[in-house]
Write a protein that binds this ligand. Structure first.
Ligand code: DX5
Ligand code: ZN
Length: 218
């Protein structure tokens, strides 16, 4: 399987959102990554449902929605209504993670679980067979353009082993600090999906950057 690329809209020009989505539609990107923040779980606020709904009307790529909010379980139905393909919730925000995953699946969406940099992969041992994707944060969530945390490479390798051992079909996504230097190493370590915000949207040629990420060989 070739590497999947999910550009993160957080670094887009919000005054030109229509044009940015057109660029994504034309690109080789597989998904579009949308970061919802609440100013409680993370020290920043991004955008919410009005933006998700508007983007969903024009974006031809499947929406990969990353919730950095407390009580994500309150928004499962509303997320499904936007037509999102994937809803990812943070492990740290879900006391009843198994129930949340089941509720996401009941709507027909795929379910992802996200880990902060300080949360060990081992906490997923009893849920790994139930999720479609694990997202490893390679920066502390809340902002684009931060420095990649090196320990992520070790976490990918550890998660790869857990997935193989358990027979889970979960994909591995990495989010934060994905750029020229880190992307090949992440692919080498066993990532399936690369999320990338500033590296793509702040570049002079986002289409070429997306193509470059797509060409990385596993
Ligand atoms: C951060 C977000 C990321 C962010 C990544 O909390 O989850 O998706 O947009 O940005 P870059 O790729 O610039 O690190
Ligand atoms: Zn994200």
């Amino acid at each position: 399987m070739s590497i999947l690329v999910s550009p993160s809209l957080l670094s887009a020009d919000f005054l030109e959102l229509g044009r940015e989505i057109e660029m994504i539609n034309k690109s080789e990107a597989d998904w579009l990554h949308l970061d919802v923040m609440d100013g409680v779980f993370v020290p920043n606020i991004s955008f919410g449902f009005p933006v998700l709904e508007a983007v969903s009307k024009v974006c031809t790529k499947p929406l990969d929605v990353h919730f950095m909010i407390v009580h994500p379980e309150h928004y499962i139905q509303q997320t499904a209504k936007t037509g999102a393909m994937m809803m990812s919730v943070h492990y740290e925000t879900c006391i009843h993670l198994h129930r949340v995953i089941q509720e996401i699946h009941a709507t027909g969406m795929k379910a992802g679980v996200t880990l902060n940099p300080s949360t060990p992969v081992s906490v997923l041992e009893d849920i790994i067979r139930d999720v479609d994707m694990v997202m490893l944060m390679s920066v502390n969530p809340g902002f684009g353009g931060q420095k990649f945390i090196e320990n992520t490479i070790r976490k990918i390798e550890c998660l790869r082993r857990m997935i193989a051992k358990s027979g889970s079909k979960a994909l591995i996504e990495v989010d934060g600090g994905v750029q020229e230097e880190t992307a090949p190493r992440l692919v080498q370590a066993g990532t399936d999906i690369l999320v990338s915000g500033s590296y793509i949207f702040k570049s002079a040629d986002p289409l070429a950057i997306i193509r470059h990420l797509k060409e990385l060989k596993k």
